[in-house]
Write a protein that binds this ligand. Structure first.
Ligand SMILES: [Zn+2]
Length: 386
């Protein structure tokens, strides 16, 4: 699956119309095959079924049939490490199935809306980038989407004839070889430029033998150098799959550093111009009125139970809902997963989302905050390419 396709699906899920029947959101760790997936479902399903309204059980059971069928058909594939299914059955049916090459923690929830936090976290963690993998004999350009190579071109460098000692001096051979390398690098950069431009890519990695990587890096035009995230050194006999995995680890670290940059911007915005806010209530308000530019969520953020007024959609946080809604005096409430609601509102209003790990400032501020919309700030955010 490509990242742009995942983004389209996230948008569909974020704006899916609610009905009285539940959407089942199912995330499965498929690294250990069908039996492990079934084991998790076997533990979770009876509890969910027992505690749901009787009127929803038929829909739930039919949704589970879709999930089980998809698991049976896909969890055994060697390249599948995560499976995700969103399904609603009986009335206004909906089904979306996804396979991933990266691990996904198990989760099975039933709610009126799809739970998309994990999908969004996956998207922001792995995203997509281009790798140029180069050694003295060959070069390739790869597109990596959500941890998987989705496009690849290889080219061999033609070796000059073995004429040393017969027709060519060693110096002549080396000059020829050097010119050939320069031609290859020039040609690769041209292909790379076209591919990154056509695909709208904003992140580049270089990998391969150190001398080749350094030459390639030195030859990059400035607009491509600005997109360079990291270089990974590897030897000619390293397996390409291992090299790609090394680039993936570097990329995940880069995304984490990037998320901390957003927190630093939030900290500065709060202390200088008021264009940043912290805390659950303020963030929710900002998202509801589509004023957020980037939502920052600590990975550990857990605001506890919350309630949504069924008349005016006002949200209250606490173990129990109030007797009457403070906004409209309504008395009908339903349970709400705040973190999911935030991500859903963000994705529905083109607000970026950053999941932040281990950040004291964000945790001290309640684990959540957002940068608010403002022209100058937006320009900076576009440059950072969240
Ligand atoms: Zn209300």
């Amino acid at each position: 699956m490509e990242c742009t396709e995942l983004q389209r699906n996230v948008r569909i899920l974020a704006t899916l119309r609610e009905t009285e029947l539940p959407v089942v959101s199912c995330y499965l760790d498929a690294e250990h095959g069908v039996a492990a997936c079934r084991g998790f479902l076997g533990e979770r399903v009876p509890l969910l079924r027992r505690t749901m309204p009787v009127a929803q059980r038929e829909s739930f059971d039919r949704s589970l049939e879709h999930i089980e069928r998809y698991v049976n058909e896909n969890a055994q594939a060697s390249d599948v490490r995560g499976i995700v299914v969103f399904v609603r059955s009986v009335e206004d049916p909906f089904l979306l199935t996804l396979r991933f090459h990266v691990p996904i923690p198990n989760q099975l929830v039933v709610d009126r809306v799809p739970h998309i936090y994990q999908l969004v976290a996956l998207k922001t963690t792995y995203d997509r980038y281009v790798v140029v993998l180069m050694n003295k004999e060959r070069a390739s350009i790869l597109e990596v989407n959500l941890g998987a190579v989705t496009r690849q071109t290889w080219s061999e460098h033609p070796l000059p004839p073995d004429r040393i000692g017969r027709e060519w001096s060693k110096e002549r051979y080396q000059r020829h070889r050097q010119k050939q390398t320069e031609d290859t690098i020039r040609e690769k950069i041209k292909t790379l430029d076209n591919l990154m431009g056509a695909g709208g890519h904003s992140h580049l990695m270089l990998a391969g033998e150190p001398s080749m990587v350094e030459r390639l890096k030195a030859s990059l035009p400035s607009h491509l150098r600005q997109k360079l995230v990291h270089t990974v050194h590897a030897q000619a006999n390293d397996h390409p799959g291992d090299v790609v995995n090394a680039t993936l680890s570097s990329f995940v670290e880069f995304r984490q550093r990037n998320s901390h940059t957003y927190v630093a911007m939030l900290q500065q915005a709060i202390s200088t111009n008021g264009l940043g806010i912290l805390g659950t209530d303020a963030t929710l308000q900002c998202l509801r009125y589509a004023r957020a530019d980037v939502l920052l969520l600590a990975e550990e953020y857990d605001p506890g139970p919350a309630w949504k007024c069924q008349d005016c959609e006002d949200i209250q946080i606490g173990q129990e809902p109030a007797q009457a809604c403070p906004e409209c005096s309504g008395t009908q409430f339903r349970g709400l997963a705040i973190k999911e609601e935030m991500v859903r509102l963000a994705e529905g209003s083109s607000c970026g989302v950053a999941v932040v790990r281990n950040n004291e400032f964000l945790m001290a501020g309640g684990g959540v905050g957002c940068l608010t919309r403002y022209d100058v700030l937006s320009a900076r955010l576009k440059y950072l390419k969240l």
